[in-house]
Design a protein around this ligand. Structure first.
Ligand SMILES: Nc1ncnc2c1ncn2[C@@H]1O[C@H](COP(=O)(O)OP(=O)(O)OP(=O)(O)O)[C@@H](O)[C@H]1O
Ligand SMILES: [Mg+2]
Length: 378
């Protein structure tokens, strides 16, 4: 498994507010400054698209095109591998074409590649102001967050999740048909759901178990310490049975639930319904009942512990995108955060309106200014 790597150069064409810009940075902290509306979050969003999925805003792919541009967009990056060998850089490109504006294409070193294969080259995790409501809103957001954590440890996770979803959608369609569905075809789809769904559950379980162990021995530092727990049928079943047994049981359950699922119009059991529950360990308080600031601190503590875990297991921490995180911390916590990030050796993109917030990183970070749609280094 290749070590996770970092972005050495990123170029944007007709992406959101950018016409044609590029920037080169180092492998440590990267500070992005600019006034409100300058394009800081857009730059982070472009980097988030170097990993599988729809990026840090989770919007439709066609929305990413510059509104007064040609309606197609591209993000290209030179990714340095952790190997630090000459020639170890990889060129990754993603974007849309005039004939397919809703689906993004991916190229690795000039050759077409699957979107899910991006996880083989780069792990990217983020924290944005929109995630302030992660613990309060529905399980979908928490599941996405969890899957991103799992993907950083298990590069095949995105492809298992995609295959699971595809089989589930095909089964939903068959069950929704007016004509009776072919039982052999249904059984084949349920087998696929079982195989990939249990792989998804397994990666999540490994992630939460490893993260829990790390959090349990972490000192109660300046960031809140979380206790995390997975709630899901397959994840629970794996606690007591072997993978193959859980796959068989899941397939059998799906067969048993055909009638109920046809009536509901969707699959009522499976890892697409799992959830992550988080408790503030210091206060013995469920995250959703913590204050906004406490919830932010819990998420930050989780992301940092996870990044350190990935660093230990894979040789390099993932790329972190921390949008507007620094501004919400007092000076002491900010310094503690910078110190921890520098020790971790991670490439961490941080945004803020004011460079003075990042004084503690002068000489230790790359600085990028965003002004009038232009990116300037230094
Ligand atoms: N598809 C698009 N085409 C053109 N401009 C866009 C598109 N999507 C967003 N924008 C614009 O990009 C600008 C920069 O947005 P962005 O969210 O990156 O700002 P920001 O620097 O993060 O600001 P803040 O400090 O307020 O968070 C905004 O003015 C927004 O309206
Ligand atoms: Mg922003």
């Amino acid at each position: 498994m290749p070590a996770p790597s970092w972005v050495a150069r990123v170029a944007l064409r007709d992406f959101r507010s950018y016409i044609d810009q590029a920037v080169e940075v180092g492998g440590g902290p990267v500070v992005v400054t600019g006034e409100n509306g300058a394009g800081k979050t857009n730059l982070l969003e472009a980097i988030s698209l170097l990993s599988p999925g729809r990026g840090l805003r989770g919007v439709a792919i066609s929305e990413l095109a510059r509104s007064s541009g040609p309606a197609t967009w591209a993000v290209a990056a030179r990714v340095e591998s952790g190997a630090k060998m000459p020639g170890s850089a990889v060129e990754i490109g993603t974007g849309t074409t005039a004939t397919a504006r809703e689906r993004r294409q991916v190229r690795v070193n000039g050759a077409n590649a699957a979107v899910t294969s991006l996880g083989d080259w780069l792990s990217v995790l983020w924290l944005t102001p929109a995630m302030d409501r992660l613990f309060i809103e529905g399980a979908t957001g928490r599941r996405r967050f969890l899957d991103r954590l799992a993907l950083a440890l298990h590069p095949a996770h995105a492809s298992h999740a995609a295959r699971y979803e595809a089989a589930m959608r095909a089964r939903n369609r068959l069950l929704g048909d007016d004509l009776p569905a072919d039982p052999a075809w249904l059984a084949a789809l349920e087998r696929k759901m079982a195989e990939h769904g249990v792989a998804v559950a397994e990666a999540r379980r490994d992630t939460v178990t490893a993260l829990s162990a790390r959090l349990a021995c972490a000192p109660e530092g300046v960031f809140a310490r979380a206790r995390v727990k997975l709630d899901g049928w397959a994840e629970d079943a794996l606690e007591r049975a072997l993978t193959a047994e859980v796959e068989d049981r899941f397939a059998a359950e799906l067969a048993r639930l055909r009638g109920a699922d046809a009536a509901a119009g969707r699959a009522t059991l499976g890892p697409h319904r799992s959830d992550l529950s988080v408790v503030h360990a210091g206060k013995e308080m469920p995250a959703e009942r913590c204050s906004t600031g406490e919830q932010k601190a819990l998420l930050l503590g989780l992301i940092l512990a996870h990044a350190e875990l990935v660093g230990e297991r894979r040789g390099r921490a993932p790329v972190l995108l921390l949008d507007e995180v620094a501004a919400h911390l007092d000076a002491g916590r900010r310094d503690a955060l910078f110190g921890r990030l520098v020790r971790m050796g991670a490439q961490v993109w941080m945004t803020g309106t004011d460079r003075s917030l990042f004084e503690g990183l002068e000489g230790r970070a790359s600085f990028v200014a965003v002004e009038e749609g232009r990116l300037t280094e230094g």
